[in-house]
Ligand binder design. Structure first.
Ligand code: AKG
Ligand code: FE2
Length: 227
C-alpha cells in the first residue's frame, strides 16, 4: 500500500551549506559519489563500540541467519533485523516481513541508530526497518537496486562497522560504468533523491582490517521506510 506521506522535508542535510546545518549533530560535509552521500568517519570509535553492543542485543532476540536467494543460491552475508519489518528470503520468495520466521516480532530499532537517521536522512518519517548484514571472510553483495520499498522519496541510510568494504556504485539503469570506494568502520552513506535507485553492491571486504569485531568481518546496517 502506498503511503500518502512522503519523506521530503525542506533542507535535506546534504544540501545545506558546506560548513553544515545550524543545528544537529552532522560532522563535516558529505562526499558525493554519483549522488550517493558519504560521511567518512561519522561515528567515533566509542560510538561504533556502542552500536556493536546494541547489535548483540538484537542478535539475542533475532539471531543472524543465512538466507538463499529466490533462485535458490545461498547468500554469503548473514542477516538479522530490527523494527517493524525484517527481510526474509528463500527459494521462490523474498520480501519484507513483519515477523521472524518463528513468528516472533523483530526487536526494536536501537535509539542510537535512530539518532543517526535523524542526523543524516533529511526524512520527515521515521525508519520502519533496520536490516543488519554480516559479511564474514569472502562475503560480498552483488550489484542491485533497493526497490522493494513503497516510497522512493524516502532515503536509505547505511552504516558501516568493522572491516573495510569495497562499495561499488553504478547507474539507475542496469549496466554502464561504475565507481568504487572503500567504506570504513564508522562511515555513513545515504542513498536518496537522485541516487535512491542507483545500482550498488559490495565487491569484497578486507578481512581483519578493523579490530572492532573480535571475530573479524563487516557489519552493514541499513535503515529504510518500507510502506
Ligand atoms: O553493505 C553495504 O554497504 C550495502 C548493503 C546493501 O546494499 C543492502 O543491504 O541493500
Ligand atoms: Fe542495497
Amino acid at each position: 500500500m502506498k503511503n500518502e506521506q512522503n519523506c521530503n522535508r525542506p533542507g535535506r542535510p546534504d544540501e545545506q551549506a558546506p560548513d553544515g546545518p545550524a543545528t544537529g549533530p552532522l560532522r563535516g560535509p558529505a562526499l558525493h559519489l554519483r549522488g550517493v552521500a558519504v560521511w567518512p568517519g561519522f561515528l567515533s570509535p566509542a560510538e561504533q563500540a556502542d552500536l556493536v553492543a546494541d547489535l548483540r542485543g538484537i542478535a539475542r532476540q533475532a539471531p543472524f541467519a543465512s538466507q538463499v536467494t529466490p533462485g535458490g543460491r545461498p547468500m554469503s552475508v548473514r542477516m538479522t533485523a530490527a523494527g517493524q519489518f525484517g527481510w526474509i528470503s528463500g527459494r521462490g520468495f523474498q520480501g519484507y516481513a513483519a515477523q521472524q520466521p518463528d513468528g516472533r516480532p523483530w526487536p526494536p530499532i536501537p535509539a542510537r541508530v535512530l539518532a543517526i537517521w535523524d542526523a543524516v536522512s533529511g526524512s520527515a518519517r521515521a525508519p520502519e526497518s533496520l536490516l543488519v548484514n554480516f559479511y564474514g571472510e569472502g562475503a560480498r553483495m552483488g550489484l542491485h537496486q533497493d526497490r522493494d520499498e513503497a516510497d522512493f522519496s524516502c532515503p536509505v541510510v547505511s552504516i558501516s562497522l568493522g572491516d573495510d568494504g569495497l562499495f561499488r556504485v553504478g547507474n539507475r539503469e542496469r549496466g554502464g560504468r561504475t565507481e568504487s570506494l572503500w567504506l570504513r568502520s564508522g562511515d555513513v552513506v545515504v542513498l536518496g533523491g537522485e541516487s535512491r535507485l542507483v545500482h550498488h553492491g559490495v565487491d569484497r571486504i578486507r578481512f581483519r582490517s578493523s579490530a572492532l569485531l573480535p571475530q573479524g568481518g563487516r557489519i552493514n546496517l541499513t535503515l529504510r521506510i518500507v510502506t
